[in-house]
Each structure stands twice: as C-alpha cells, then as structure tokens.
Design a protein around this ligand. Structure first.
Ligand code: NDP
Length: 567
C-alpha cells in the first residue's frame, strides 16, 4: 500500500520520542553498566564450565607470536601463520579452552544468526560441512576446537590465564606479557585477539547484591542448578532481565521448562523469521574446493546495477536518498509489528513487544519461538516502558511497587564493547599506554596497527570495517596480519610499525566515511551507539564498506616499505 509522507513522519516522531524517553531514564550512557565483578559481585566472575582449575608453575619463556585471547581471531590468524611456516605460536586465554564467545556462551538455545556455511570459518581446510543451515553453539564450539587441533595450537596454549600487562621492551625489541598467574612471557609479535563483546556486564541496579536466590549472567550458565535439559526448573520461578539477542534465544527454552517465567523488558528487540533446515547431503557432496571463499565473496557484493540505475542514483539529491531509505526502513519495522500482532494473542503484550526504532538501531533478531512463548500462561512480560529494572531486593526485582519473588534471576544484560586490551594495560614505545594515546581520539592504520606499538596487531577493534558475518571480517584481518608477520620474518625485519603518515591517512578515511546522516544519534540507545553517548567521529568503525576495507588492506601491503617503519 502506498503511504503518504505524513505517515512516515509520524512514525519517525514516535521513534524520536521513544529514544528521548530511554535517554532521559539513563543519561549516564555506558556508565549505567558495570563489568567490575569484585567485592559483592565476585560471583559473576566465575567460569561455570571449567571442570578443574589447573595448577601450574609460572611461565617465563619466549615465543614468536602470542595471542591474547583464544577465540576465532586467534584461531583464524594462527591457521594462516601456520600455512606461512610460523611454528612458535601461543594462545593465552581466560577460559579453559579455545572458542572465545563460543566457550563462554552456552545458554540453552544458543545458535548463530549468520548462515553456517558463511559463518563457520575454514570449512575447506577442515573438510567440514555444517549440519544445518544455521549452526548451534555446540557445533561452533566443537569447530573452534577442531581448528586448534588441526593447527597444533594446544601445544603451547595457556588457559585459565588473564593477561594483565603487555609492555614493549625497547632494548630487546620484543613484548613482555605478564599474567594473573605470575607468568612473565616474552613474544616478538603480540596479537590482541580479545574479541568484540567479551567482558560480561551487569546493569547497575540498586540492591543487586542482596538477592538471595540463585543468579548468573547468561555467559556463566549454571547447568547444575537448571539441569542440562532445564528440567530442574519445573518447580522454579525464573526471571530474566534483558531482551537482546541472547534473551531472545534463551527465553523459549526457559518458557517451556520453568514453572513461571518473568521477562523484564526495557526495550523490545525486532524479531524476524528464522527458518532452519538440515544440510542437504547431495548439495554437500557436490561442493568443490574453494566453495566457501567464493560464497563469502558473493555475499558481500551488492546487487549489480545497470548504467541507467547508477546514473539515476547519482542524480538523486542526498536528502531524497535518505528519505527513501528511511521510509523503506520504517516499512520493514511495521512488517515486524504486524508479525507480532499475528502471533501474540494478548493485545497489551503484543503492543509491548513492538520495537519503535529504525531497523539496525539495535541488533536485529531472528527467531520463530520467541514471540509464541508469550502466549503461554506461565510466561509474563513485564514491560518497564523504557525504564528498566532499577531495584532488586532479597526476594527479587521490584517494579512499579510490585515485588517479583524469584528462585532464579538471569542477567541477559550483554557485554562491554570493543575495548582493546580488556583486563590488560598495553604500554608501547616510551611506556605510552594505548588508552592514553587514544584519549585524544583513536589512531590506527586499518584498526589493526598503531604507531608506537611495533609488532602489535589488534583484531576486531574500532576503525576496522563492520561485517555482519564477523568471522569473515576476522579472517580478512587474520590474513593481513599473517602476511605482515611473514613479510617481516622473511625480510629479516625485527619490527614492523605503521608510519605516522599512514596512520593519519586512515584516521581521515574513518572520519570521512562516518556517514552523512545523524542516524546513530537518532537511534534509541543501545550498545550500537554507545548508549547514546557522544563520540568523536574517529572513535568508531570504518564505514566505507567491507569490500573497500579489504582492498585498502591489499593496497597497504603492496607498498610495505612506504606504509610501515621496518627495522
Ligand atoms: P545486549 O546488550 O544486546 O542486550 C542487553 C539487554 O539488557 C537489553 O535488552 C537491555 O535493554 C537490557 N537491560 C539492560 N539494563 C537493563 C535494566 N536495568 N532493566 C531491564 N533490562 C535491561 O546483550 P545480548 O547478550 O543479548 O547480546 C549481545 C550481542 O551478542 C548481540 O547483539 C549479538 O551481537 C551477539 N549475539 C548474537 C546471537 C546470534 O547470532 N543470534 C545470539 C546472542 C548474542 P535495552 O535494549 O533497553 O538497552
């Protein structure tokens, strides 16, 4: 149906009102959360999955390449380093195994929203075809371990260990890595592979520590308490705070298993259809070597436009382009609303589940069982109308004068975003702390290299490109890093570090591509826009497109001597 502009303007106004409501409740931005799990919050720092704590003597040796973090960043880069003949590779990891996100996140229902044939990396190399169109967490975690085995990464790996200091030793031209277990290791090359969303966070809620029932963050699921199949929840009243991508996957299982389930919602997610199916064995059998690389490449290419279409687009004023794009976005969100109406039987609940913001303001979700969960008599949506839960006491959360008495309270409140060197201080040449360098604005080349930090590489950080299929992005960065390290080794350069000019060029690229609309500020707060905080234009992702980012990398490497100081 064709709508007039007034229809779209009215919805845009409602989006703005909702954003303001949320911002007024939490003007403190990212400070509304804490990741400091010490003191009374110490129980939220446990590793719920490690069978034992392995005692060992402190390590004081030296390796060629050391990864801080053992998730996909480390695994994918290591694979490429091995292919280039690098032997001495160590992963230092907080968890008791490799896997990163997929080690920590084992909540019921966990799966990935990116099609498995694109998301699971190194499928050719491991001669593996995923079991289903979308992979479950368990399969992805197993794949991580298979990569580590194939590339012999367990030999030197150190688990249950947190890097707390990474310091450049000018005299030795290498890095010193200190850990919370008293290790003092050295490495010629260090790769910050600590992930984009790896440090769990809790909302700062008054009285949070006083709750007397069982509670945990979704990344520390206590299966002893819930039972592996959640059957121990049959006589329990359960609450879950948060309705982001994690909760959307966890709620259906909890809804089925719990006696009563209370879902405490501040802002609803947008939930679209997600159809899954087993991999067709006939299709899998016919796959030719190199199939995944070809598939991934195809996925990032936009639709091919005719010359006429290109000319028409170029002639269109910028304002008109934005207007059309926004109206299309609103049409999509209204389809999401209609889907809710068609599934959720109670009108008040259906209204409460409707997201009032542009598509992609928050991480879009895809699930077929989340919305129907709210038709169950034992499931209760507690709509906090943008305010969120602000108080918890010994019995459970309270809201609007109502007490929710719970046996189990689950925090699905997310993770800190993209900090380089979480848990860890990084000191480069002249002892300059990386955060100190960034305090006047981030400065990197490709989001990977930073001047003053020789032989240090950063993965999945700011100033890199965004790609919904994160493993593709990480593989691209890993390929680049492996090439740089191999180049330095082959040409007998002890160090590799970007020139100030190359770094400045990239900072300007990031700024120039930050976008011409105020879309991010117009969005309802969330981790995508730093909870509404104002940010410098350079302190974010490179938005020039993944394909261009990929080509910039290749161009940088084709002129190594110009872009890097090699000594
Ligand atoms: P999010 O940061 O996306 O969600 C946190 C949730 O907690 C939000 O709903 C937030 O509400 C809510 N919240 C915070 N404080 C309060 C409060 N005081 N009262 C009530 N609610 C509150 O974390 P997730 O763990 O859900 O997801 C993190 C990311 O991990 C995803 O965005 C995605 O990138 C990835 N992921 C991917 C999956 C997939 O592939 N399907 C599955 C799971 C995670 P509000 O929105 O108002 O801030």
């Amino acid at each position: 149906m064709k709508r007039d502009q007034a229809y779209y303007d009215e919805i845009k106004q409602k989006f703005a009102d909702e954003r303001d409501l949320r911002l007024n409740y939490r003007p403190e931005g990212t400070a509304q959360f804490t990741s400091d799990f010490t003191g009374e919050l110490k129980k939220y720092s446990v590793d719920a999955y490690a069978q034992t704590y392995v005692e060992r003597a402190p390590i004081t040796d030296s390796v060629e390449v050391l990864f801080i973090g053992g998730g996909f960043s480390a695994l994918l880069t290591s694979a490429r380093l091995r292919e280039r003949g690098v032997e001495s590779i160590r992963i230092v990891e907080r968890g008791a195994d490799v896997g990163g996100t997929w080690y920590w996140n084992r909540y019921p229902g966990i799966a990935c929203d990116v099609v498995a044939y694109d998301y699971l990396p190194l499928l050719d190399e491991l001669d593996y075809v995923p079991k289903n169109h979308y992979a479950k967490g368990e399969e992805i975690f197993a794949h991580c371990k298979a990569i580590a085995k194939k590339y012999d990464l367990y030999d030197l790996a150190v688990f249950q260990t947190t890097v707390i200091s990474t310091r450049w030793l000018e005299g030795e031209q290498s890095w010193q890595i200190i850990t919370d277990r008293g290790d003092c290791m050295k490495a010629r090359f260090v790769i910050c592979a600590n992930g984009t969303l790896s440090k769990p966070k809790l909302a700062k809620i008054e009285g949070i520590e006083s709750f007397q029932g069982q509670s945990f963050h979704t990344s520390q699921w206590d299966y002893d308490f819930t039972g592996d199949d959640l059957s121990k929840l049959a006589d329990k009243t359960v609450g879950i705070i948060g309705t982001g991508a994690t909760a959307v996957q966890a709620v259906p299982g909890l809804a089925e298993a719990s006696k009563e389930l209370f879902v405490f919602q501040r802002t609803p997610s947008s939930i679209d259809i997600r159809e899954d199916w087993p991999t067709d064995p006939n299709w899998a059998r016919k796959l030719q070597p190199g199939w995944q690389a070809k598939r991934r490449k195809r996925a990032i290419l936009g639709p091919e436009l005719t010359d006429e279409q290109i000319a028409k687009r170029a002639a269109m004023p910028q304002e008109e382009k934005i207007r059309r794009q926004e109206n299309g976005n609103i049409d999509y969100m209204m389809r999401i609303h209609r889907r809710i109406d068609s599934i959720v039987k109670n009108n008040e609940t259906a209204e409460a589940l409707k997201p009032w913001y542009m598509f992609m303001c928050k991480r879009p979700c895809f699930h077929n069982d989340y919305l129907p969960s709210f038709n169950r008599p034992n499931v209760h949506l507690i709509n906090t109308h943008g305010k969120g839960i602000c108080e918890i006491n010994a019995k459970g959360p309270t809201f609007d004068g109502r007490q929710f008495e719970l046996d189990l309270l689950i925090f699905a409140t997310g993770f800190e975003v993209q900090k380089t060197g979480i848990y860890n201080t990084i000191e480069g040449v002249d002892g300059l702390d990386l955060n100190e360098k960034y305090s006047t604005g981030m400065r990197t080349l490709l989001g990977i290299h930073s001047a003053g930090y020789p032989n240090l590489f950063i993965m999945g950080g700011h100033q890199a490109s965004f790609q919904f299929n994160l493993t593709y992005m990480l593989q691209t960065q890993g390929d680049h890093i492996a090439e740089c390290i191999a180049y330095a080794i082959k040409n007998n350069h002890r160090t590799i570090e970007p020139t100030e000019d190359a770094e400045e060029w990239w900072v300007q690229q990031v700024i120039a591509n930050r976008g011409k609309t105020s879309r991010s500020e117009d969005c309802t707060p969330g981790y995508y826009n730093s909870e509404g905080e104002n940010k410098r234009r350079q302190d974010g992702n490179y938005n020039g497109g993944f394909d261009r980012y990929f080509h910039h990398m290749a161009d940088i490497r084709s002129a190594m001597e110009k872009n890097f100081v090699l000594s």
